[in-house]
Design a binder for this molecule. Structure first.
Ligand code: ATP
Ligand code: MG
Length: 401
């Protein structure tokens, strides 16, 4: 126990007051709870009345709760939502316990605490903490319950409407991905077991410090690099260990890549750079249409040298789009651009997701950019350190840095 009841409550209230968005406040509160109780993992679950399921929306620590959802009464979460009462389990008394359904991660042998987030009328969600070495104390439960009451009031006050992705079948399903590189005689493990689900039509941002493995992960998902261990399933197709032909086919049919460097062909016009890729695709869109989507019809005949950095990046986005890919992977697409130009390019990406319904996975180290995402995954030292749902993503034009 690190802090008193009043101190913790105060910290949570401060987090609620300081955050611009409710998700930030919830995320900050979860960090406070985990630190206070010395829990390695924490998850905030919100109840979705439409589907009558409770879904993991924000996680702290390497979480095995991602992609989980509970029906009423199912698992620890379902039970707390149903009864509206806190549940604490000692490691020794936990057997065959699950967060949610029957197939999820096994919680056997863990100290566990799950507290409802309740308004006077309803239980709207719950917070589950685990990974503490000793059992949760009565005092901790009490503090935690008080904090959850404060959270519930704030959530209600801010008109929090939780709408998860309607289609919960992930388009990309990544499990336990490990990537090792040889460095001289030594094996360096860069990805240490990464789990992610990407849902169709979402904009997911992967945040992380330089060198933490973001590009490595994106390249594996995009079929540009092979994993050492793990599983990658895209639209039900197992791409964990593909042949060269399957890989080529996969990249052509499924993936549009946007890099930090634009890699345009210098001797081809903007239009020709796009048309060239369209010609080798199975299901291309019209090249002019792709240029229109990035707002550059007027530059169709310009050569790359006559375009600005932002315009070149927009041509490279149109080039990714023209294939009509299921997924666009963007690796630091604005890192080489100034602020104004970055916003224009990000707006194009936002429009592609909203209007064209393309799934986009974008890597950046700029936390401000994460505010436009539907979900934000933080990668740290080769592992996922948190996943957050943005219930109110900002428009690119509202980002400031
Ligand atoms: N082909 C390779 N061979 C050996 N080591 C590699 C290779 N590719 C990446 N690495 C190493 O893996 C680590 C992660 O690299 P990665 O490019 O994925 O990081 P990143 O998160 O994208 O960083 P940045 O933000 O700087 O782009 C780095 O230490 C890098 O040196
Ligand atoms: Mg990188």
């Amino acid at each position: 126990m690190k802090a008193s009841n009043a101190q913790v409550l105060w910290q949570v209230m401060e987090a609620l007051r300081d955050a611009n968005q409710l998700e930030d406040a919830l995320s900050a509160s979860l960090d406070i709870f985990c630190n206070m109780t010395e829990s390695k993992k924490g998850t905030i679950w919100m109840h979705d009345a439409a589907s009558a399921r409770t879904i993991a929306v924000i996680t702290h620590g390497t979480s095995d709760a991602i992609g989980e959802s509970a029906a009423m009464g199912e698992g620890v979460v379902g039970e707390v939502i149903k009864n509206g009462e806190s549940k604490a389990y000692k490691a020794s008394e936990v057997s065959k316990l699950k967060y949610a359904g029957v197939d999820g991660p096994d919680l056997t042998g863990k100290n566990l605490l799950c507290v409802p987030i309740k308004t006077p009328q309803h239980t709207i969600g719950c917070i589950l903490l685990t990974g503490k070495s000793v059992e949760y104390t009565a005092e901790e439960i009490q503090i935690f319950e008080n904090c959850c009451s404060v959270l519930a009031l704030d959530i209600e006050d801010k008109g929090f409407a939780f709408r998860p992705f309607e289609d919960r079948e992930p388009i990309v399903n990544v499990r336990g991905i490990v990537k090792e590189f040889m460095s001289g005689e030594e094996v360096r493990r860069i990805l240490k077991g990464v789990d992610i689900d990407v849902f169709p039509g979402e904009l997911m941002v992967v945040l992380g410090e330089s060198g933490c493995g973001k590009s490595t992960l994106l390249n594996i998902i995009g079929g540009m690099d092979r994993m050492t261990e793990g599983k990658l399933i895209v639209e039900g197709k197992d791409m964990s260990n593909p042949s060269e032909d399957e890989l080529t086919e996969y990249r052509r049919e499924y993936i549009g890549f946007i890099f930090q460097a634009y890699n345009l062909m210098p001797n081809l016009s903007a239009y020709e750079n796009i048309e060239f890729i369209g010609e080798i695709s199975d299901n291309p869109m019209d090249s002019m249409e792709a240029l229109r989507m990035v707002g550059l019809e007027a530059k169709a005949n310009s050569m790359p040298t006559a375009l600005s950095g932002g315009q070149m990046q927009r041509v490279s986005i149109a080039r990714a789009l023209v294939k009509n890919p299921k997924i666009i992977l963007a690796d630091e697409p604005t890192a080489a651009l100034d602020y104004d130009t970055s916003i224009k390019v990000l707006k194009v990406i936002e429009d592609i997701v909203k209007e064209h319904k393309t799934t986009v996975l974008m890597v950046t180290h700029n936390p401000e950019i994460a505010k436009m995402a539907n979900r934000v995954v933080k990668l740290r030292d080769g592992k996922i350190s948190s996943i957050r749902v943005n219930l109110h993503p900002l428009s690119a034009t509202d980002l400031v840095w």
